[in-house]
Design a protein around this ligand. Sequence first.
Ligand code: 1GP
Length: 227
Amino acid sequence: MYNMEEWKHVFKLDPAKDLPDEVLDQICESGTDAIIVGGTDNVTLDGVLQLLSYIRRYTVPVILEISNIESVTPGFDYYFVPMVLNSSQKKWLMDLQHEAVVEYGDVINWDEMFAEGYCIMNPEAKVYKLADCNQPTSEEAIGYARMAEHLFRLPFFYLEYSGVYGDPDLVKQIKNELNRTKLIYGGGITNKQQAEEMSQYADIIVVGNALYENPKEALKTVKAVKK
Ligand code: 1GP
């Protein structure tokens, strides 16, 4: 439906957080390639539906990044399914996903579904704690990226620093390992310089938190990477 191959910039909105309507309007009209709806805590069906119906007034593609099965609803363009590669519990890698497929497998439209191999690098991030992650060294992170590309053949490898700005050199090294698997980078991007820097290496950069803290600067990240 949309050409994901060309995507470079994505905003991530948290259904558990509020933004003024005028900021949401600016986000939807910013020229970003897509909006991901996703969060870690307190993601409810109500919150997801509210954001979906707001964003749907615009033409921007909208993706649900599934955090829990209760908040999944039809109506999104795509569904991204996180698999946390550096979790110490199999639950976050495949058991939750398996449960969902056992229950809803007959009605899932597989063409809209994409797995993301997450490698979570920031031990302070809520999602790192929730998924009981192990801190990967650079070498280990590269190992996960190689598995995503060659063994699992995942469509996306997501290097997640959620809340802090990551190491551009590692992003570069990981990009060098990936060919078919697209590299998503997210974490701590607050301004256009950072967006530009990470975008040199990552296929897609994700800007989340900055929209809630300094939307004016966050909005400038779109033009910084889509010239
Ligand atoms: C979070 O990777 C995204 O899942 C974006 O991170 O909120 O730090 O921008 P930030």
